[in-house]
Unconditional design. Sequence first.
Length: 191
Amino acid sequence: MAIKLKKREGINLKKLNGEGLKSITLGLAWKSGRKLFTSTKSQGFFGKLLGKANDITETIDNRNIDLDTAIVLYKGNTYVDTCFYGNKQIYLANKKIIHHYGDDTTGRNKATKTDNEQIEVFLSDIDTNKVDTLYLIMNVFSHDVTLDQVRDAYTTVYDNEGAKIATYNLSDDYTNKNGVIVGKVIYDQLE
């Protein structure tokens, strides 16, 4: 069963699975179209007289919205590499450690049929002498759109069997933001 995380919450992957996870997949899902909130005036006599807006309605702008995932790798304070749509695979010591499955707006990726993007991290193949921290990042690619305007945006982390480890709702907490670090994997906690 997935844990629904809130800001600043975390989980210990080793405690979650005593023998450690071989891989995790970061999934990102959203619905196309932008939420626009408009006010409607009250239709009653006093509402017209006072000009008060007492109803908030949601309308949908049907433009396509695009969100993107990325994973940034560090060793200590030193930047190592980034996996994103334009750099889909990361290799260390001749082993593929990260694979981006592409920008799939149909929602038919590796782990589920609901995610629009997924990145898989092969945790057991990462050389901790070269990488010790991974930042799981997502951002809104569409111009002039912030996360609170994206319909039903959420991330999910899956284990190597495709079971949900954690989910996080991105639409609720990020007014006027167009990108966020949704998670961090620190290798001290995995070994």
